[in-house]
Design a binder for this molecule. Structure first.
Ligand SMILES: Cc1ncc(COP(=O)(O)O)c(C=O)c1O
Length: 407
């Protein structure tokens, strides 16, 4: 059965409360459905306690709920073991954990990390920090003008033999393109390199199976797939986690602490120092269950239709240039564009006054914008609550804005 977008929209209190709002900024952060908000509220009101240490029933119940959330994440991304799922604060924290634990312990001067020009700053800066600290090299894999990865550049880089990690976005937060991650993983593994996937955008738009991909690491945040902020995930293969040193030190991550040293706990606790985001983990579970209740087939079909409408609408506006793919096939989640002679901030500001919520700027991808020869763009990004009518209305609002701004 096709997805009932009106029924979905009714599940989002923020959109119900603000009838005129057209929310087209889900790539930054998605709105939350009632089921997520209610689950978190009920837990916080009646079932909340700290986890893992309490010997009383309330804490045992909270611990069970927290660990069930881990199990839900495991199943959602098709991981083999529950202890391969580390709860963090966000994708940003997950990628920092990867760089500061695995990267710091493993990489030496002259080793290289390969990144694509599509990457978000949170998959760039931690590696630049390691470059400064340890003298590692960074290899950049270029894209063509439509945002497709130049795979021959990856092949050449891997042949050099010093690439130890390829860290790649699963879905660009600007161009909406998906690098051929599965092929990249197979190629990297043949050369002895590991692969990390930044799934911050991918996770809310397409199914993921880390086992099928055979990726070594995968990171995402809870707030993009309709869950709360303050919770993120790092998946890593069990064998890698065993060898990785802790990232943060403190309570919960130790087996023993003495005056002259400590021994860390096993994963996942080794990487979850301090009191974790308990209510948020439970909210993430509710969000992934909510997505699961809709089903990927319907989600992908519906969102592909929205992207088709977005392309059709934007392409019909004179002076508007879509970045990346010239047609919507293979683009998901978002599309970015520039207008001749009009700054994205001015456009987005004016659209905001009409309650169209879009994003303007470099979207934390300055290297990509440099590659495209621009400093900023406007991004339209979709969620399951959006409709074709909203996107067409945005097209009319852009045309009105051009008339105002071009004079
Ligand atoms: C591709 C990508 N990676 C990483 C991030 C960082 O996510 P967070 O801010 O939740 O850590 C984002 C956020 O927009 C993103 O789009």
């Amino acid at each position: 059965m096709a997805l009932d977008s009106a029924a979905i929209r009714r599940q989002f209190p923020c959109l119900q409360a603000r009838e005129r709002l057209t929310y087209l900024d889900s790539a930054a952060s998605a709105q939350k459905p009632e089921s997520v908000l209610q689950t978190m509220d009920a837990f916080a009101r009646r079932e909340y306690a700290s986890v893992h240490r309490g010997l009383y029933p309330l804490s045992e119940g909270a611990t069970d709920a927290y660990e069930q959330a881990r199990e839900t994440v495991r199943a959602f991304i098709g991981a083999e073991h529950r202890d391969e799922i580390i709860f963090t604060k966000s994708t940003t924290e997950s990628l920092n954990l990867l760089a500061k634990s695995w990267g710091h312990a493993t990489l030496k001067k002259g080793d290289a990390v390969a990144l694509t020009l599509l990457e978000h700053h949170s998959n760039i800066v931690p590696w630049l920090q390691l470059k400064e600290e340890k003298g590692i090299e960074m290899v950049w894999i270029d894209i063509d003008d439509e945002g497709r990865l130049k795979q021959d550049e990856l092949t050449r880089a891997l042949k050099k033999g010093n690439v130890k990690l390829v860290s790649v976005t699963g879905l660009s937060n600007v161009l909406g393109v998906r690098p051929p991650v599965k092929d990249m993983i197979a190629a990297a593994h043949q050369s002895g390199a590991l692969v990390a996937v930044d799934a911050a955008q991918l996770v809310g738009h397409h199914p993921i199976s880390v086992r099928e991909l055979d990726c070594d690491f995968l990171a995402f945040s809870g707030h993009k797939p309709y869950g709360p902020t303050g919770i993120g995930v790092l998946y890593a293969k069990r064998s890698l986690l065993r060898a990785m040193p802790p990232f943060l030190g403190g309570g919960m991550m130790i087996r023993e602490v003495h005056r002259d040293g400590f021994t860390p706990a096993d994963a996942p606790q080794k990487f979850e120092a301090g009191t974790p985001p308990i209510t948020e983990a439970i909210g993430l579970k509710a969000a992934l269950e909510w997505l699961g209740s809709i089903g990927w087939k319907d989600i992908e079909t519906y969102e592909a239709k929205l992207m088709e409408t977005a392309y059709e609408t934007l392409k019909s506006i004179p002076g508007l240039h879509i970045l990346g793919h010239k047609d919507p096939a293979g683009v998901s989640g978002c599309v970015s564009f520039v207008l001749e002679g009009i700054h994205p901030h001015d456009l987005t500001d004016l659209l905001g006054q009409e309650e169209f919520c879009l994003r303007a700027g470099h979207h934390c991808t300055q290297t990509l914008h440099e590659r495209l020869g621009i400093t900023a763009s406007t991004r339209l990004s979709i969620g399951l609550y959006n409709t074709e009518e909203e996107i067409r209305a945005l097209g009319l609002a852009v045309t009105r804005a051009i008339k105002v701004l071009a004079t």
